[in-house]
Unconditional design. Structure first.
Length: 576
């Protein structure tokens, strides 16, 4: 079986001058182009460095902003037979404990980074992780000989290619083991949906440590040999117009991003800036990584229609790192479908989504590949349910990863699930996500572990959070976390809401709290037990920008939140 390294090597030898990656440095106003031949030579230099310091299948941590050095370091790991672990640069002391646990578990042999980050990382490690001893090396200082022999590394499909550090959205972060065989099967599925050709151009801003940024922004371009343009995540967030201008100037045809990213392109781009753009060549705007809202898709389409953008350009995808990435998706040019949850979806358990609430509309995540099988399963009985019935999404395919690093119990539970009836021999991947298949399309509806169940009614935290965030004008652009606590054997709702501006006035904070209470009651027929206002940035997020609700719950129960204001129901009695 071919590996991504075989594909990379073949392309570098046959067409070394092909301009595979272009890094757009917005701050310096420069573009750095790297041909596939240059990338290959630099990767070979990294491989020779690693070969001299570690055995094959040793773990190598890659800590970079999105950059060309990350890409050739990643492929250098592959050439040396190592296991790459992409990570973001740690910047907060709150990250110290999980990072220490991470290094202790993975027993990484080295950290590769760039010149700028060596001092920053060394300072962080010495100050917060004094017990972790690991060399930190800049790949930018490597001298690559003009003539360098290839490394003859034997790679099997079951050998690991990288560990994907999970976000820790609903749990303690884990490291997903992705093998060469998993990756190649995933890229086969991805190419089926995206149908990339040499006339395409890819554009993205996601971090290379993000599973979508790595797989779709680095590995898929090599697999399909497609010219790719990218910029740093922070530069995108600061000024999304730069990304939109890159799409226009470079005639980008395919992009990968998140719902919040497309939302920023509406919120932080002026009409005057928009009118300078030509988006007619753009054929696929892939959107995934988080809950996809209809209003985000519609607002983006309405704003950029004058530039040539069309609704059908959006291509929602559903995936997770445990499946390498891709599970379902919409193909280019297909109509985008939405589902009226309250009217269509059948539910084995009582639900409460009142008429008129915004939350009843779900966005299609497209169809299922012919190379995999997706089942909707009752998570309690483990029986497959019929189309139109909500349940847990289970996945069967060779793109499903090997499991979690050094975590056999969680690996067995997540990657080796069996149906209780029918074909009970096959092992499925349990995604932990709830969804429904309707007219052969997959619709994501929520997460099992985050369901808030009050008086036998199921509520989705992201729906309540959306209501809270839009309850008052001073909450626009601020994050919320909704979760349940135990109150004398029953569940009660807690909402923590960030709020912008200075709030010294008790009447003003009470006005905001009252708005949140009334909107949640109106939209969901649900009364919160606790509403807390906190400063912007108070809610813990993953490095992908997602709210860690379990962290918010821990902070609430441990009384470690720095409050602006708090309201509690008078008769509230929290269970110990």
């Amino acid at each position: 079986m071919k590996t991504i390294l075989d594909v990379f090597t073949k392309a570098a030898k046959e067409d070394p001058e092909f301009p595979l990656f272009t890094y757009h440095d917005v701050d310096a106003q420069t573009e750095i182009v790297m041909t596939i031949g240059e990338l290959y030579q630099k990767a070979l230099g990294v491989a020779y460095l690693l070969k001299g310091m570690a055995e094959p299948q040793s773990r190598i941590v890659l800590i970079f902003d999105s950059s060309l050095p990350f890409i050739y370091s990643f492929f250098g790991c592959l050439m040396a037979g190592m296991v790459a672990i992409p990570m973001l640069i740690p910047k907060e002391t709150t990250h110290a404990k999980p990072i220490q646990d991470f290094f202790n578990q993975t027993k990484a042999s080295a950290i590769l980074t760039n010149e700028e980050s060596v001092l920053q990382l060394s300072f962080f490690m010495n100050l917060f992780l004094p017990d972790v001893s690991i060399p930190c090396i800049s790949v930018e200082g490597l001298e690559v000989p003009e003539k360098i022999e290839e490394l003859n590394i034997s790679i099997k499909p079951e050998d690991l290619v990288y560990l994907q550090h999970t976000s820790g959205l609903t749990h303690v972060p884990k490291d997903v083991m992705v093998a060469h065989g998993n990756l190649m099967n995933h890229l086969l599925i991805a190419q089926e949906f995206f149908d990339l050709t040499k006339t395409d151009k890819i554009g993205f801003w996601l971090s290379h440590a993000h599973y979508m940024g790595l797989v779709m922004g680095v590995l898929l371009p090599v697999y399909a040999k497609v010219e790719t343009h990218f910029m740093k995540r922070d530069q995108f967030h600061d000024a999304p117009y730069n990304f939109m201008k890159m799409i226009s100037d470079q005639k980008i045809t395919v992009t990968f991003g998140t719902s919040s990213g497309y939302q920023l392109c509406v919120q932080k781009v002026s009409e005057e800036q928009r009118d300078t753009l030509d988006l007619h060549p753009w054929r696929m705007a892939c959107i995934g990584g988080e809950h996809i809202r209809k209003d985000v898709v519609e607002n983006f389409t309405n704003f950029y229609t004058p530039c040539g953008f069309k609704m059908e350009t959006f291509a929602p995808e559903y995936g997770l790192s445990e499946a390498t990435l891709f599970v379902s998706g919409k193909k280019a040019g297909e109509e985008l479908h939405f589902l009226d949850y309250g009217k269509v979806v059948k539910r084995p358990l009582p639900q409460n989504r009142p008429d008129g609430a915004h939350v009843k509309i779900c966005t299609s995540s497209g169809t299922i590949s012919k190379y995999e099988k997706v089942m909707i399963v009752n998570p309690d009985t483990k029986e497959a349910v019929e189309d139109g019935v909500e349940g847990e999404i289970w996945v069967l395919g060779d793109h499903a990863a090997q499991g979690y690093w050094m975590n056999p119990e969680q690996t067995e539970e997540t990657f080796h699930a069996h149906l209780s009836k029918g074909d009970t021999a096959k092992s499925y991947l349990r995604t932990g996500d709830l969804g429904v298949i309707y007219h052969d399309e997959l619709f994501l509806t929520g997460r099992i572990k985050e369901l808030i169940i009050i008086q036998d009614q199921n509520y989705y935290p992201e729906d309540i959070e959306w209501t809270s965030e839009h309850a008052h004008e001073d909450l626009q652009g601020c994050s919320a976390a909704a979760f349940s606590i135990e109150e004398e054997g029953k569940e009660a709702l807690v909402v923590i809401q960030e709020i912008k501006g200075e709030y010294d006035h008790e009447l003003k904070t009470q006005e905001v709290i009252d708005s949140i209470r009334q909107c949640i009651l109106h939209e969901h027929s649900l009364s919160p037990a606790v509403i807390i206002l906190v400063f912007p940035g108070s809610l813990m997020k993953t490095y992908r920008g997602k709210i860690q609700r379990y962290k918010a719950r821990e902070a609430f129960l441990n009384n470690t939140l720095y409050l602006i204001a708090e309201w509690r129901r008078k008769d509230l009695r929290i269970s110990a």
